[in-house]
Design a protein around this ligand. Sequence first.
Ligand code: KIV
Length: 270
Amino acid sequence: MRRIGPTDCLEAKGNRKLVMLTAYDFPTAKIIDQTYMVDIILVGDSLGMVVQGKPNTLEVTMDQMIYHTSIVSRATKHSMIVGDMPFMSYHTSVEDAVRNAGRFVQEGGANAVKLEGAGKVIEKIEAIIDAGIPVMGHLGLTPQSINKFGGWKLQGKTKDDAKKIINDAKALEKAGVFSIVLEMVPAELAEEITKQVNVPTIGIGAGPHCDGQVLVLHDVIGLTDFSPSFAKQYVNVGKSIEEAVSRFASEVKEGIYPDAKHSFSLTKEE
Ligand code: KIV
């Protein structure tokens, strides 16, 4: 089975919902990939928060992103791998943007990259696409601008703000992105954008009308202390790990583990 590509995503619009999840390590990326139900795995800079325990995504570096992207791409065969370009990796110049996007492909094995925002970012997106690297856009609550927004707040609430996000989505489409993430915007606005652009929208906290949905894996499986209200937890892996650790510790303390079955012996055939 071949990998999902940008054309598959474009063809999905209006035909089937796209599914995207984040992953940052080998075992979870492999599990996600082997379901054959997830179109895109995003190696998100959210790793700064859910893996590194930082308050936001701003300190994540290119080297860290490349490290995690190479692990995830090695673990997968089916899902498209999108590398999330971190803060300051594409803001300084078009040249830096293309070079860093290229690193995601050459060193990380990514199939595409994601950049936040429009405006001055558009020329960088065009140059990256010119270099043959597919780009995913990201609008609404773009976490790398958290200081500008003054917190994790719903975006596009006023008429003017909504209009700006619609125009930004059209500019991204014109620049050639193969999909657009819409994060924390009202469902009505996401629906309008989904109607007005021909590329698929992928929502996170953007209601049910997008062409696809994305969540952070750690929110889905219960591995975070705090989850945003739009995220749905399907299992509580955190609780299972806690139980396993407690049982192991108790068995060690009580001399139950290791038993004969879990030991080597000169008198037992291996
Ligand atoms: O970094 C990330 O995980 C993301 C998703 C929330 C879309 O950008």
